[in-house]
Design a protein around this ligand. Structure first.
Ligand code: HEM
Length: 181
């Protein structure tokens, strides 16, 4: 379950892939739902689902950050060059910070009119209303560009993992898939 100096434990692995799946899923849902019209049956369900999954992702990310801070981190692989180690670390920071910023902007869009966010019809996250002029539009613009940016970064990050797997033939990807040697 726990990380060791050589391996990622199942908790880190499951969170990593769950977040990855959720981020790509939210991107697809968001991209599709913005073109829905009032007469589509998903006009309200789409955004409600997007918001509910977004709040769930936020909870998962808060847990992930805490878990990362208290857990042993597997050692850097010797097959990574110093440049790869630095750029990999920077990319992880960009992904973490990017995800928190996109979730914050999503909250600012949804709650700009003072209403809260209903999460899967189970409970409400309170809304704090608007803090700045044109909040919904500004946060919306940020949210859109941040989504493209994060997806581009996630693709780059995935390509780097595939390069390590197929070209360098090292353990970068397999240890995030739980393979022990
Ligand atoms: C939106 C999608 C993704 C996000 C946000 C994300 C984020 C991260 C983060 C923050 C780490 C650092 C380890 C940690 O703190 O837990 C990491 C590690 C890793 N990710 Fe992702 N990831 C995503 C998608 C992917 C995909 C699609 C792949 C592979 C095809 C992948 C492969 C890996 C690997 C192999 C590591 C381990 C790197 C190492 O040990 O040096 N990730 N990811």
């Amino acid at each position: 379950m726990r990380n060791t100096q050589q391996h990622y434990g199942w908790i880190s692995i499951i969170i990593h892939w769950l977040v990855a799946l959720t981020v790509f899923g939210l991107f697809g849902l968001g991209f599709w739902m913005v073109d829905l019209t009032y007469y589509d049956s998903w006009y309200q369900t789409g955004p409600a689902l997007h918001e509910s999954i977004g709040i769930t992702l936020l909870t998962l990310m808060v847990f992930r950050v805490i878990w990362r801070l208290i857990e042993t981190q597997p050692e850097k692989l010797k097959t990574h060059t110093p440049l790869e180690q630095k750029s990999g670390h920077l990319m992880h920071i960009v992904l973490y910070v990017g995800l928190f910023l996109i979730m914050l902007s999503g909250y600012l869009i949804s709650t700009a009119d003072g209403r809260g966010i209903t999460v899967f019809d189970l409970f409400d996250v309170p809304g704090l209303g608007s803090f700045i002029e044109g909040q919904e539009d500004l946060a919306g613009l940020f949210h859109e560009y941040a989504a493209y940016f994060i997806i581009a970064m996630a693709i780059l990050h995935a390509l780097a993992a595939l390069k390590h797997h197929f070209i360098d033939k090292d353990k970068t990807l397999t240890r995030m898939l739980g393979k022990r040697d």
